[in-house]
Design a protein around this ligand. Sequence first.
Ligand code: S3P
Length: 448
Amino acid sequence: MSGHGTPIPMTAHPSGPLTGEAQVPGDKSISHRALILGALAVGETRISGLLEGEDVIDTAKAMRAFGAEVTDLGGGEWSVHGVGVGGFAEPAQVIDCGNSGTGVRLIMGAMATSPITATFTGDASLNKRPMARVTDPLELFGCRAVGRAGGRLPMTIVGAAEPVPVRYTVPVPSAQVKSAVLLAGLNAPGQTVVIEREATRDHSERMLAGFGAEITVEDTEEGRVITLTGRPELKPQTIVVPRDPSSAAFPVCAALITPGSDVLVPGIGLNPTRAGLFTTLREMGADLTYENEREEGGEPVADLRARYSPDMKGVTVPADRAASMIDEYPVLSVVAANATGTTMMGGVKELRVKESDRIDAMARGLRANGVTVEEGEDWWSVEGLGAGNVPGGGTCESFLDHRIAMSFMVMGLAAQAPVSVDDGSPIATSFPIFEPLMAGLGAKLERA
Ligand code: S3P
């Protein structure tokens, strides 16, 4: 598959111990939202700790194309001069969101209620992913969407000249769909209501409130009912982006399975809608502690300490935890392979429509390295072999998916023989410093 230029084959060798501090980059979800809401505020928003991965850079470029002034001030500090709600200009060129489902879906929402037209595209992975889940509710506001068969990119959105507010129950657990509808609701008069039956990450709600929008959240029998009053004047903010729990997952899991390890991962966002992996790891018996718990920029934060945990046991991960760890199942399956007993993961159909079909991608790579996996449409299970007993020696396809590539690199650190991936280039979408950071802890990673 193409999409990230020249493939970068990578190999992880048995390593250890992993020790020291892992300063992982800023949160991807929060970084996208900070740029987009900054672009919709009136005046200058300052962002520090922005994730400077390809996905977020593509969103920064898109915000420039819609008329915002976005400046990289260096050292993770960014400035966004916004154009105000309803102030987006029509982009002169196609908007290329690269690998990022979050980028394209949130930006479609943000422009759908303005009288402008924009065409969106992405890489080979993104252009396979379903967009109808966002364009269906966006069309209720009065916009039109024309894409390829099956609601695939490239796709053109003709924004609504006279948008109407919407009441929408999100049919799949998806923070991207919820957020797209809320962003569209910003430029619709009156109240837009989004109902989610299962709670998903709530960074949009928190940040909209931070920017001064009128937004309420109510837990009812129907689910979480989010009500947004349209046409606010968003006030520019100073945003400190917490470090990404989904990136922290890699050094944390690597430390848990690599003999003798003791790694500190400071300043990690522990929003309960994101922290499901860490709860699960502790249930498995991981030596994983939260130190120095605090609040930063409206998000709970702690320093994570992970130590080698040779006695972890397989667990059944409850289906209702899926949304809070949806991006972490690939690396959890690697930990599960190093635990004893079976780990069962249910209610995870959404994994099939991520950057890759993550159940299929992980099952193939795990099997190629001597691990037994069973799967159904919305579940999968991994047979644990016990600490240090994964044979390894196989080569895995990453399918243009950063989290698949990083998961197999983690697996190789604690396997009996090296583990390779055909292409590590997608890692740069979310974790551009993955290789030096892991090497700094003592991981033996190598580019072919
Ligand atoms: C994200 C939501 C999730 C997640 C993605 C980031 C977000 O996707 O997988 O990496 O920032 O809103 P879905 O909304 O498709 O579940």
